[in-house]
Design a binder for this molecule. Structure first.
Ligand SMILES: [Fe+2]
Length: 344
């Protein structure tokens, strides 16, 4: 029987699982073997489980525990965040500069074959801030203005990416980094498989465009879930800085956005999101969605050795700016037993 409790002061998530007797890695792995059904059922009812107080000391130990909770690890192809592979299919959570916040998002929600669970491991806790905010996307769906929601549900979204072949001050991640290959035919095969339209531009830039639903029905709970990354891809994404007090950065980015819009067509922006039919999404709708996401964010400080398991369909995650060293590792997986989400 699993001993789990809701963290004090938190609105239902995450559920915390702590050791009753055996706090060793072996004890944790035994727990994931003997109580795996209970863990999955808690994950599906709450969306987030925090394993705290266990002795997990390395990326390899994290991966061996994660292997008990996910049937197939996924790599990070087409991911937008700069990351490093640490061991097997364990990555650093992001290499983005410490002062930059990462907006709440469900991992790889913009591809057809996304992970249905994601695990984080705290190897080194930051000395100041650096939380991984989490957010119930079922609640977000309910909280979004029904008129805004309906537009997204009716029209879906279109994701646009123009990924450079070389690193520069503007782009820290090339298409080779993103696809973990320099073989164009591998990229093209992936795009075929994921139903993404691609184009190689004369300067070597790779353009990707694909459509996704904005809302899905959770295959287990039947709940409607706001499952899209429109706010991360929309050209106004850097407005996110306002929500964590970086108003100066937000202003500079807004000016750069205006400049970009005058000089290029939206299909040539580094990243952008439109409605699925190619119509532009109003800036105030994006602002409203960002506000709802932050209103529903749950924050708790990391402790060394923590492992956080999220239902990636139901619970989004992000990153707060931080000071000091911070090493949070991540693994993504897919369960064979979980049916694909239904398109809303
Ligand atoms: Fe992420």
């Amino acid at each position: 029987m699993l001993s789990a409790h809701v963290m004090a002061g938190m609105p239902g998530l995450p559920l915390v699982v702590s050791p009753q007797e055996d706090r060793t890695l072996e004890g944790l792995k035994r727990l994931s073997e003997t109580a795996s059904d209970e863990i999955v059922s808690h994950m599906q009812s709450v969306g987030a489980i925090l394993f705290r107080g266990f002795d997990v000391q390395s990326a390899e130990q994290f991966q061996s525990f994660a292997a008990g909770l996910t049937e197939k690890f996924l790599d990070y192809r087409r991911g937008t965040s700069p990351r490093k592979k640490v061991a097997g299919q364990v990555y650093t959570s992001t290499e983005a500069p410490p002062r930059i916040p990462i907006a709440l998002h469900c991992e790889l929600a913009y591809v057809n074959h996304y992970p249905d669970r994601i695990l984080f491991y705290c190897h080194t806790a930051p000395t100041e801030r650096g939380e991984t905010p989490i957010c119930d996307m079922g609640k977000v769906y309910e909280a979004i203005d029904p008129r805004v929601r309906q537009r997204f549900e009716d029209r879906g979204i279109r994701i646009i990416q123009n990924i450079a072949a070389e690193k520069s001050w503007r782009s820290k991640r090339t298409w080779m980094d993103m696809f973990e290959t320099d073989d164009k035919s591998h990229v093209e095969q992936y795009c075929e498989h994921e139903q993404i339209r691609w184009k190689w531009k004369p300067d070597g830039t790779l353009q990707l465009i694909n459509e996704r639903p904005a809302v899905v029905v959770h295959p287990v709970t039947g709940q409607k879930i706001w499952f899209n990354s429109a706010h991360n891809f929309h050209d106004s994404w850097s407005w996110e800085f306002r929500h964590v007090g970086l108003r100066g950065l937000s202003l500079i980015s807004a000016l750069a956005e205006r400049f970009r819009r005058r000089r290029r067509s939206p299909e040539d922006f580094p990243i952008h999101c439109q409605y699925g039919d190619g119509g532009e999404i109003a800036g105030e709708d994006m602002s409203h969605i960002r506000q709802v996401l932050w209103n529903n964010a749950v924050l708790f400080p990391w402790e060394k050795g923590d492992v956080l398991l999220l239902d990636n369909l139901r619970v989004a995650h992000g990153r707060m700016p931080f000071k000091g060293e911070r090493r949070i590792l991540v693994a993504m997986g897919m369960s064979k037993s979980q049916p694909a989400a239904l398109v809303g």
